[in-house]
Design a protein around this ligand. Sequence first.
Ligand code: NPW
Ligand code: ADP
Ligand code: K
Length: 509
Amino acid sequence: MYIVTAKEMYDIDDYTISEIGLEGKLLMENAGRAVSERVIKLIRETEPVCIFIGAGNNGGDGFVIARVLLDKGYLVQVVQVVPDEKITGDALFHKRVFIQCGGEVSYLTDLDLIREKVERVHVVIDAIIGIGVKGVLREPIQEIVRIINHSKACVISVDIPSGLPADEGIGEFTSIQADYTFVIAAAKESSFMVDTADFYGQWEIVPIGIPNFVFQNNTAKRQWAEEDFGKTIPSRHVHAHKGSHGKGLIIGGCSEMPGSLAMATKAALKAGAGLVAAGTTEKVISMIAAMCPEATYMILPEKDGYITGCTASPISNYDAIAVGIGLGRREETRHVVAELLNNAPCPLLIDADGLYHLKYQLEMLKQRSEPTIITPHPGEMAMLLGISISDLLSAPFHYTRDFAKANRVYIILKGKHTIITSPEGRQAMESSGNPGLAKGGTGDVLTGISLAMMMQQQELFDALCNACFIHGKSADIQIEEKQTYYDLMATDVIDGISKVYRAFPCKRV
Ligand SMILES: NC(=O)C1=CN([C@@H]2O[C@H](COP(=O)(O)OP(=O)(O)OC[C@H]3O[C@@H](n4cnc5c(N)ncnc54)[C@H](OP(=O)(O)O)[C@@H]3O)[C@@H](O)[C@H]2O)[C@@H](O)CC1
Ligand SMILES: Nc1ncnc2c1ncn2[C@@H]1O[C@H](COP(=O)(O)OP(=O)(O)O)[C@@H](O)[C@H]1O
Ligand SMILES: [K+]
């Protein structure tokens, strides 16, 4: 599933129409029919429906839906909220076809009459404005939207709730509050944003016949789905030995935070790493070694219980290194991250307190010849960017893409919808997981899983997407089977990794 801005969707439509030859009228027919199919599954013929239609192509979709429902015997009323001369092009074509089929259209702007109508119907279909909205809704449409929002009717939006921007980062708007939205052809950015997602209600994408390659050529953003995991997760060879699946090192931990290192280490092994070493202070090793007997341990120099260096040890022997969890923010610790940025001869993942130290040496990212991956939650990403969390969350695709390209870094921006970005600006959204994960330690588990994935035979970008999938899916399976959002623990997420692999068996070569 692809994710688009309004401009990208218009480019995709234009190419499909002008280069491929699928006419706009035909796309509108496909869109209207595809939405009608879903509507028919939701509502009964006896439930009166009112379709609200605006001036653009979104309104055109509305005329197709009206025709299909009328033909199926539904009680359909069509209210046009703009004068006749505003209906032009493909929308006018489909209005005429609807009328030829016996349909009736009333142009209404009297708000009392509209209120009366809306009170009498069970279902409102909102085809007033789609992705072509500009700014805050003008009157009388704004008031019509208010009337619909105050009614008891079930509201079904076509493509996008009218008034809502398709793109992230747009501040002021008034919008239909939909119960359901049937999104045409590709997800719009706003369906994932904290401030706009809820307006969609339950939503689903309806395909309208646009070929896959047209999306691929016009957007670098997509959702990472179960099928992607199934297709990309590497096989385990029958003759594999522990070296075939990577030798990883995790550096972190201090006397106050030993558990995070234990969890990341265990998660990395559970996710499939061949060998994992935990690099930390002698005291932390004595605290956690029994929790993860399968790991090896590397004693690092320390001061007052905090690690102060790491390159005295042979870091060149590893296939991937993670640093930062439970590391602490002492100044003496900062150059642990600097040493790794300078010397780690393999992919380097930086998380948690490591990101805090990275903020002071961001310019080193560009000098690395091996990939660097950062795994911030929104607070950490905002800190790296020097902006507020609310600014970041209003336009996360934009901010993470710019940062990734400018600093040549992979980013996993964690959240309900986690965004994975490559240094070239390719982006995937991974949406598994649930509120049970909103608990300390789950990020450490993701770091461990990510380290394991980074060392398997798969493209690094896919590896990071798959790590997020395993993490979220594990939490989902645990909630389905035995736990609740309240009692899910980070260690349960580690246990659930086995269930993900059993549910999606990978190929054995
Ligand atoms: N081939 C295709 O492209 C396909 C497109 N498809 C469908 O087309 C939709 C996009 O259609 P679109 O581009 O015609 O724009 P659309 O969303 O109907 O809105 C434009 C109208 O809104 C009005 N308006 C804007 N802002 C406003 C405001 N603040 N307050 C009040 N009014 C405002 C604006 O008025 P104006 O400012 O021009 O006076 C204009 O009349 C897309 O979402 C999908 O459903 C599908 O059929 C598949 C094929
Ligand atoms: N409501 C939620 N829905 C889905 N995933 C969530 C939710 N809350 C947190 N997560 C996931 O849990 C993890 C939390 O990571 P992080 O904030 O770094 O935790 P910590 O540092 O305490 O271990 C991330 O992978 C995030 O995507
Ligand atoms: K709409």
